[in-house]
Design a protein. Structure first.
Lengths: 292, 90
């Protein structure tokens, strides 16, 4: 379960060492934008040590490396891959060839380390107009790709438009990424909401992303994590309904009936699939029938 | 053996970090340590610094370490970075 992903600047110890206590399902150690060029060496060593020595149990680790058009990305991977991050976030992914280049190098390092293939997943960061247009090709380029991630700040710069709180300028990209990711059967994560002090704004923005089909959302501030987790968790009402759907299915099966209705509405395959997803998440959150 | 050929530094003076300066020296290790928790953890900090120096086979260097309550993994990272910068890797 990956509802929230919290960015942590890769060269800032007091953020890194507390990363697992901030409630996020995953933390993203950032070696890219949060780190000045002169500190890239220090950050990758610090992130490597932090991942190696601190306990991040219950909190997935992701590393945003530098993009493949920089001299840093292979050294980033050399340092962090031995620590087995769940995912590598690959910035400025514009086409399938970018994924292939990263995947080829990760495969080499994995083999060198004796890891099973695809031990570490890849999450292309789509933050250019080219990346948006190539989203499906990127998502389906290699089996290592586990998710797409929308980066709206760089994208709006590339689109030559203003980034607004309402986000109308990224609507097309959001829709396009969700469809591309779902078509490729991978997860999809929404861009962070950047106004740290707007509690209502983050809730509205996260709810909109969930309504579009995003799997979860990134955060640049620990203040946003709890809201994102709430928005991307099933409600008690949804969980109760999902149990009712599964009970109705079981009963119909027992009685040999094909068509089933619940509260006057026919239950079809998509409703059952959604109920299963809801119950899977409820299970991960430790919510059972007895809690309803 | 790794030779320190130039003065270099790593880290910051922010909370939970440590600032490490390293420079060439002709004979042995000279370590000057300042810490907000010197009484409690001075020995452990010095041991971590010396362990990384040994790991990189640095036998001659002068170090000035200013600790702001850094964890062991942070101290080791900053000393390693200072060594790599001082030996001219970057």
């Amino acid at each position: 379960m990956r509802r929230s992903m919290l960015f942590l600047p890769g060269n800032t110890p007091n953020m890194l060492i507390n990363g697992s206590c901030l409630g996020a399902d995953a933390v993203i150690f950032d070696l890219e934008d949060a780190v000045a060029p002169a500190e890239k060496d220090a950050a990758r060593i610090l992130v490597r040590n932090t991942m190696r020595d601190l306990d991040f149990r219950g909190c997935e680790t992701i590393v945003r490396i530098n993009s493949i058009d920089t001299p840093y990305w292979k050294r980033d991977l050399d340092e962090v891959l031995p620590q087995k991050p769940a995912l590598i976030l690959l910035p400025k992914t514009g086409c399938a060839a970018d994924v292939e280049a990263a995947d080829d190098y990760i495969t080499l390092v994995e083999q060198r380390l004796g890891f099973a293939p695809n031990t570490v997943g890849l999450m292309p960061l789509i933050e250019t107009a080219l990346g948006v247009e190539n989203a499906f090709a990127i998502a389906s380029a290699r089996s290592r790709v586990a998710a797409l991630f929308l980066g709206a700040e760089d994208l709006t710069a590339d689109l030559q438009c203003q980034r607004t709180k309402e986000g109308r300028e990224i609507d097309y990209a959001r829709h396009r990424l969700v469809v591309a990711a779902r078509a490729a059967n991978v997860a999809v994560y929404d861009t962070p909401f950047t106004d740290v002090n707007d509690d209502e704004g983050i809730r509205t923005d996260a709810a909109y992303a969930k309504a579009l089909g995003f799997t979860g959302k990134a955060a640049i501030s620990p203040r946003h994590v709890e809201v994102i987790n709430q928005v991307f968790s099933p409600t008690i009402k949804e969980i109760r309904y999902a149990f009712e759907v599964m009970d109705a299915i079981a009963l119909a099966k027992e009685q040999g009936r094909g068509a089933i209705a619940l509260h006057g509405k026919m239950i079809d395959a998509p409703i059952v699939a959604r109920a299963r997803q809801t119950l899977d998440m409820a299970r991960e959150l430790g919510i059972g029938r007895e809690d309803l | 053996m790794t030779e320190i050929i130039r003065a270099a530094s790593a880290g910051t003076l922010e909370s939970s970090d440590v600032y490490v300066e390293i420079e060439p020296r002709t004979q042995g290790i000279e370590l000057q340590l300042e810490s907000v928790v010197l009484g409690q953890f001075g020995g452990a900090i010095e041991a971590a610094v010396r362990e990384i120096l040994a790991q990189f086979q640095v036998e001659n260097a002068r170090l000035h370490v200013v600790d702001r309550g850094a964890l062991d993994c942070v101290i080791r990272a900053r000393v390693e970075t200072a060594i790599l910068r001082g030996k001219g890797d970057n």
